[in-house]
Ligand binder design. Structure first.
Ligand code: GDP
Ligand code: IMO
Ligand code: MG
Length: 472
């Protein structure tokens, strides 16, 4: 091909106005929503809030290890696999190739949505390149955790790690293969591999692949209406000028490359994952909105500088309702860690953030913020790559004044207590990002949008619809 016949696609070209699904012509870019801590930052809530400004919502990694809570009016949903956009009538949603999907969990979640009156047919598209998480993978995940004792990762036990391992080992089963004539052969190869490890861990034999193949074929029939070549769908939408909202699962510090390895999940929640996990090129991603909690939590094992095992930690857990959405486990709590969040801002290019759960800090006289890690007599300002170092650090705190006043439901920045505004400004300066959204309660209605040129550029006229949806 020579340059004369080269026809560029208009991905991410800022000068081209885009006609969205609503028929209006305006430029609304595609952005990635990503967690900047160890997960559970409130991604589901923020994605749900922003939906009215976008044409489709796209999940790009993880599986049913995620638990995204959305509350509005008197409704309450906990989504695990399906993108949070599904709760908006008619909103198209995509689950990309980067996900690992348990057919059982997916169909169960659809059942719950349908029972709640949420229709999914015709607007939920599941990549046939996504890998299946079959029951023996969850069994292996749990057997490994039991055997690991104190050194365990503390996984969600959903088989997520084994599914990604098999994908990388070219031994996985894609969703499209669940109905393939070669299915039994593929399963046999997988079962042999998994069974050997399960038996070594004291587990039960897995048996012949026949019965599992039969179940897979039943699942395949139920999945069929949802399966699609989602990359082609997404490319077409982008060429038509549609704007996409990418919904990350987990958090940047759980990223298999950039997180606190080996205490991580097995995918790339960081913004780059939005491209590899969907087939949408990086040039089509116009921005990244980081989601960060006003303090820190983590579920499962691994280093946690400044973990609070005292009454303050207990207060955060109780007031913030910090119990896992998926497993119900109590989340470990600590003060805001600016070293970790600054690192995550840089990893993702998340120069604009939504700060969630500010209301949880309403009752403190003083609020410490970790601004450095003391390690062998030096103060580190950069997040270390090794867990051995991270395990040995002692947080350096700066004290901020508390506000001892209710913030829940505040819709104007100026109406926040002065000390709360000071806290927000301090965190923004520490992590090098603009705090453009502030959440003061679990419900959609409890969210404050600040004037921000970047946010306005991303949301365009959609801001009006967001404010209307928020109930303001
Ligand atoms: P995600 O995994 O990032 O979507 O977050 P989760 O849904 O697992 O956890 C966040 C929890 O905090 C959920 O129970 C939300 O309902 C709740 N939540 C979100 N934002 C706020 C907030 O600003 N204040 C309070 N009090 N709760 C919030
Ligand atoms: P959302 O999307 C918090 C943690 C587990 C464990 C580690 C590996 O709701 O933010 P895995 O089952 O993925 O192999 O477990 O990752 N983890 C999460 N922690 N929020 C999540 O998702 C998580 N998904 C996985 O607790 O420490
Ligand atoms: Mg969660």
């Amino acid at each position: 091909m020579d340059w004369k016949s080269f026809k560029p696609l208009n991905f991410g070209n800022a000068s081209i106005p885009r006609a969205n699904f609503r028929g209006t012509v305006e430029r609304v870019p595609s952005i990635v929503v990503v967690g900047l801590q160890w997960g559970d930052e409130g991604k589901g809530k923020i994605v749900d809030l922003l939906c009215p400004a976008f044409d489709a919502v796209v999940r790009y990694q993880g599986g049913n290890n995620a638990g995204h809570t959305v509350k509005f009016a008197d409704r309450h949903f906990a989504l695990r696999l399906v993108p949070s956009g599904i709760l908006h009538a008619g909103m198209p949603c995509v689950m990309g190739n980067g996900l690992v999907v348990s057919p059982e969990a997916f169909l169960g979640e659809l059942g719950e949505l349908h029972a709640a009156g949420i229709e999914t047919r015709g607007r939920l598209h599941l990549s046939n390149r996504a890998h299946a998480v079959l029951p023996h993978l969850a069994a292996l995940d749990r057997a490994r955790e039991e055997a690991a004792g104190t050194g365990k990762v503390g996984t969600t036990g959903r088989g997520i790690g084994p599914a990604y391992e098999l994908k990388a080992a070219r031994c996985g089963v894609r969703l499209s293969e669940l109905s393939s004539p070669q299915l039994e052969e593929r399963l046999r190869a997988q079962l042999v591999r998994v069974e050997a490890e399960l038996l070594a861990l004291g587990g039960e034999p897995l048996g012949e692949p026949g019965p599992l193949a039969d179940r897979c074929r039943e699942w395949a029939a139920e999945l069929a209406p949802y399966l699609a070549d989602t990359e082609h769908l997404l490319h077409r939408w982008l060429e038509e000028g549609k704007s996409l909202l990418f919904e990350g699962a987990q958090g940047s510090l759980l990223d298999v490359d950039h997180g606190t390895y080996p205490f991580v999940t097995s995918s790339n929640p960081t913004a780059g994952g939005a491209s590899t996990g969907t087939g949408v090129p990086p040039t089509a991603l116009d921005g990244v909105l980081g989601i960060v909690k006003a303090y820190t939590t983590r579920v499962g094992g691994g280093p946690f500088p400044g973990e609070l095992e005292d009454e303050h930690g207990e207060h955060l857990r109780r007031r913030g309702n910090e119990f896992g959405t998926v497993t119900g486990r109590p989340r470990r709590c600590g003060w805001f860690d600016a070293v970790a969040a600054r690192y995550a801002v840089r990893l993702n290019g998340a120069r604009v953030v939504a700060l969630t759960k500010l209301d949880v800090l309403d009752e403190f006289d003083e609020i410490p913020v970790c601004t450095g890690y003391r390690h062998r007599g030096r103060v580190l300002r950069e997040f270390p790559s090794g867990v051995e170092t991270l395990d040995g650090v002692e947080p350096v705190y700066e004290l901020r004044k508390g506000w001892r006043q209710q913030t829940a439901g505040t819709l104007e920045y100026d109406q926040l207590p002065a000390a709360a505004r000071d806290y927000v400004a301090f965190l923004g300066a520490q992590i090098g990002a603009e705090v453009a959204v502030i959440s003061t309660g679990p419900r959609r209605e409890e969210t404050l949008l600040r004037e921000s040129a970047t946010l306005a550029g991303w949301l365009g006229g959609g801001i009006e619809r967001i404010l209307a949806g928020r109930g303001a």
